[in-house]
Design a protein around this ligand. Structure first.
Ligand code: IVH
Length: 676
């Protein structure tokens, strides 16, 4: 055996050993080696990797940086912890600004933003009652976190008792926990990167272990606050700093695209001198009243964005081009490249987006290309260096068939009337590749949200024939898992619990989960509010009833012809209907309950025509929705109120509403209703 193979063998042995002991420690809570033996093992692996760079390319070591413990108590956040949408360049930021201005119908004034470094750490929430720290939670899934209070208390800069004036009785503070770069250097032999180390440290069962790793944090936001004593984000940070919290000194007020860009370049230029990792800046509308007017979309606030620093780039060679099939049948070409490190991560696959993109850039197997990785986004091939191309290279011919052998096609976009750039498999669940991706969607966070059943596990269970259709998830034979590598009694029990819990699903999440094209989370909610119960929803299975229902759907704001055709196509397919029927039989699907029943527009259907002076149509709509009402796109008997804006209302709509005796509200009265 040559030297290299010996090293690889030794390395593989150690990794397997580590995996075994991780499982004993984290899943079974029954360690067989001492902590220091465990640490030595991690250090040996780290040293081997450091001295033999080829080992990293084997991609075997996904375990360094303690895997999460399941031991923590789950507690609901007082307010959900949302995520942020991303901007990658100046144009994305311009879009963000104009969306905000449009929503607020703001034409002249510059809006103040507060720019804060986006710390690359682990987020946590601290709850103070009467100034005393009473709870400390991890983010978890955003709605429910884990009780990590005793670990958070080891961070000495987190105040346990607040001192100062005007402290609210209830104060939920959000912040990012990190390990300083200098501190990380001392302990780095045990961890892959600082973020991993911070995460691992926070998830120790024994807070003495946490205290050995020097954690720090910056507070950046709030959840529930009673009474509300802040008017702006900058004032909030100033006050909490006085009360004893660490806040980031590089935060700054900015007010237009130029100032935004300047601040961005400035912080980027000093980034390497900071003692913590940042991956961009977060820009937040400073005025909290405006924040509240802007509100949130499904997962992220409209009033904030993470503007990432430019993507890291590297040059490598394409070894092969393969295709991948997504859950909607989209065929994505992927370049298999010579493994290369881009911004600290080894990249061996990079997306080529679609057929048109390959044609436009004339990308070929063997080409030398530039690859970029921005944030958590999939790495992509950005350009080809034609000068390095060999004479014998041939144009890449895009496969005409899906991996399942079926024909593929490009659809015609309804609004542009042009052919789509994306080629799709024409099958649904009948294509094995689509079916597997659909399963991954079904178990994902915004669908059934099954902990412990991630993409990798679906791949594993699919290969073993344990899960082939959505129903199989709920009829899984847990005995069969016992003999599988990586599955112990505890993890099987956890999975069983997660699956049982998932059986009680909201109607909107269910509709989203079945994966009808063009029905995303927002549309699924709109449909759930229309159908109200699964009993009504299943009328879609019947062709005659479906036709009638689809005619009525036109009235729903947000549901257009594209969505209606797509729903129809979905239920025209018998396999889809069978799969959905069988799935429903295993579940308890909750009726839709409108969240804000007691609002001003409870159970009312409202429609708008014409523009308003003080607000945009989007804001008017979200005001109605946040107050229990629904928006209609057409005048019908069911409509309760037609609101007429002064700017260019449609006469025909007003006349039809009058004929049907529908309440008509003019712009001035509209403001009165809203107390504006
Ligand atoms: S504000 C609703 N500000 O980034 C908006 N987040 O993708 C909440 N983060 O989960 C986020 N530094 O863990 C905000 N100055 C900052 C931040 C920050 C880091 C993290 C945070 C959040 C994630 C959002």
């Amino acid at each position: 055996m040559d030297q290299k193979s010996k090293i690889i063998n030794n390395y593989k042995k150690k990794i397997n050993f580590l995996k075994k002991h991780n499982k004993l420690y984290f899943n079974k809570d029954n360690p067989e080696i001492t902590d220091s033996q465990y640490d030595d093992l991690k250090k040996e692996i780290f040293d081997l990797e450091k001295n033999n760079s080829f080992l990293k390319n084997l991609n075997l070591n996904q375990t360094v940086g303690s895997p999460p413990s399941n031991k923590f108590k789950k507690i609901k956040h007082l307010k959900p912890m949302l995520s942020l949408s991303n901007a990658f360049d100046k144009n994305d930021m311009k879009d963000f600004l104009s969306k905000i201005n449009n929503f607020l119908n703001n034409k002249n004034k510059d809006i103040d933003f507060f720019a804060e470094p986006k710390i690359d750490g682990i987020s946590a929430t601290l709850v103070y009652e009467k100034g005393k720290l009473v709870r400390g939670l991890s983010r978890g899934d955003g709605t429910t976190g884990e009780d990590i209070l005793s670990n958070l208390k080891t961070i000495n800069k987190i105040p346990q008792k607040l001192e100062g004036n005007n402290i609210p009785h209830l104060l939920e503070i959000r912040g990012e926990i990190y390990i300083g770069k200098k501190d990380f250097n001392i302990i780095k032999s045990n961890f892959a990167n600082p973020r991993n180390a911070a995460g691992g440290s926070l998830r120790q069962k024994n807070s003495n272990e946490t205290s050995k790793i020097p954690l720090a944090y910056f507070a950046y936001g709030f959840g529930a606050v009673k009474p509300m004593v802040f008017k702006t984000q900058s004032e909030f940070l100033e006050k909490i700093n006085e009360w004893g919290f660490s806040t980031n000194p590089l935060s700054k007020k900015v007010k237009n695209i130029n100032e935004i860009d300047l601040q961005h370049s400035f912080v980027d230029s000093i980034r390497s001198t900071l003692d913590y990792d940042i991956d961009g800046l977060v820009y937040k509308v400073n005025d909290l009243k405006l924040q509240s007017r802007l509100g949130n979309t499904s997962n992220s606030p409209r009033w904030a964005i993470a503007y990432k620093f430019s993507a890291e780039k590297a040059v490598t060679k394409i070894k092969d081009i393969v295709i991948q099939v997504g859950r909607t049948g989209a065929i994505t070409p992927v370049a298999k490249v010579e493994p290369i490190t881009v911004g600290g991560v080894v990249v061996s696959n990079a997306t080529l987006h679609n057929e048109d993109e390959i044609k436009r850039k004339d990308i070929r197997v063997g080409d030398t290309v530039q690859v970029q990785r921005a944030g958590d986004v999939i790495p992509q091939v950005v350009s080809v260096d034609i000068s390095k191309r060999s004479k014998s290279s041939k144009k890449y011919i895009f496969p005409s068939k899906c991996l399942c052998g079926s024909i593929t096609q490009k659809e015609i976009n309804r609004s542009t009337k042009k052919e789509d750039a994306v080629r799709r498999c024409t099958k649904g669940y009948d294509c094995n590749f689509i079916a597997k991706e659909k399963l991954k969607h079904i178990v994902s966070k915004d669908s059934f949200n099954i902990d412990g059943l991630g993409k990798k596990v679906i791949d594993q269970f699919w290969e073993l024939g344990l899960i082939k259709t959505p129903t199989d998830i709920f009829t899984i034979n847990y005995n069969e898992l016992k003999n599988l590598e990586g599955w112990g009694e505890l993890s099987i029990n956890n999975l069983k619990q997660a699956i049982d819990k998932a059986k009680n699903i909201e109607l909107s999440s269910f509709i989203f989960s079945i994966g009808i094209r063009h029905i995303g989370q927002e549309n699924a909610k709109i449909l759930a509010s229309f159908f109200k119960s699964i009993e009504k929803f299943i009328n879609l299975f019947n062709e005659t009833k479906r036709k009638k229902i689809l005619e009525n759907l036109v009235e729903l704001d947000g549901i257009g012809k594209t969505q209606i055709d797509s729903i129809n196509n979905f239920f025209l397919n018998n396999t889809n209907v069978e799969i959905v029927k069988k799935l429903i039989a295993k579940l308890k699907i909750k009726d839709f309950i409108s969240k804000n029943k007691k609002g001003k527009f409870s159970n009312k259907i409202v429609m708008f025509t014409g523009g308003f002076e003080k607000m945009s149509r989007s804001e008017a709509k979200s005001l109605v929705e946040n107050n229990g009402g629904k928006i209609s796109g057409t005048v019908s008997k069911k409509l309760d109120i037609l609101v007429i804006g002064n700017s260019k209302p449609t006469k025909r709509k007003i006349e039809s509403a009058k004929k049907l005796n529908i309440k008509i509200v003019k712009e001035i009265e509209w403001y009165k209703i809203l107390n504006l």
